[in-house]
Design a binder for this molecule. Sequence first.
Ligand SMILES: O=P(O)(O)OC[C@H]1O[C@H](OP(=O)(O)OP(=O)(O)O)[C@H](O)[C@@H]1O
Ligand SMILES: O=c1cc[nH]c(=O)[nH]1
Ligand SMILES: [Mg+2]
Length: 203
Amino acid sequence: MDHPLIQHKLTIIRDKNCGTKEFREIVNEIANLMAFEVTRDMPLEDVDVQTPEGIAHAKQISGKKVAIVPILRAGIGMVDGILDLIPAAKVGHIGMYRDEKTLEPHEYFVKLPSDIDQRQIFVVDPMLATGGSSIMAIEALKKRGASNIKFVCLVAAPEGVKALQKAHPDVDIYTAALDQKLNEKGYIVPGLGDAGDRLFGTK
Ligand SMILES: O=P(O)(O)OC[C@H]1O[C@H](OP(=O)(O)OP(=O)(O)O)[C@H](O)[C@@H]1O
Ligand SMILES: O=c1cc[nH]c(=O)[nH]1
Ligand SMILES: [Mg+2]
C-alpha cells in the first residue's frame, strides 16, 4: 500500500531507535489506515434514511460480519487500530511461534468466535517472513470452516508472499511494504527487526 501516510509511519517504526511506546502507537495507526483499504469491497445495501430535510436514498454495510484474527503475539499490535473502524468486529486469537533454528511455525493457542465460518476474516500479523506462521494460521481457520479470509501485514518478504500465495491462493495479501529478502536467520531485510519484541519491549 503506497499511501503517503502509511509509508511515512512505516519509516518511523523501521528506525531502530524508535522506542516501544511509539512503535506500538504507530503500528496501530498503520493498521487503522490499512483497514480503510482492506474493507473497500465490503458489500453495501440500499437504505432509506429520514434526514431533517427529507428522505435520503443511502447505503449501509450489508450483513457481512467481521472477525479480526491476530497471530500472537505481534498481531495483537494491529487489532485496536482496525477495531477503531470496525467496532462491531469479533476478535479471534491464534498463537504461533517460530522455532528460532528451524524457522518452523508452532501453534500453541486457538480461540475463535463460534460463527467464524460465517465471517469475513482479517488475519493480522506485522511480519510475513517465510510465510510458515500465516500459512499454518490460515489452515487452522479453514479447518474450522472459514473461507472468506484476507491477510494484512506491515512488511513482507518475497519468499513469504510466494509461499502464502501458493498455499492459499484464495487469500488476498495486503502489505505496507515488500522488502528485499530474508537473511540467514529468517529475518526480513531491511524489515524492522522482531516485531513482537519491539511491540512488547521483550528484548
Ligand atoms: O513468516 P514466518 O517465517 O512464519 O515469520 C513471521 C512470524 O514471526 C514472528 O512471530 P514470532 O515467532 O517471533 O512470535 P512473536 O510474535 O510472539 O514474537 C511474526 O510476528 C510472525 O508471526
Ligand atoms: O523480520 C522478522 C521475521 C520474523 N518475525 C519478525 O518479527 N521479524
Ligand atoms: Mg517475535
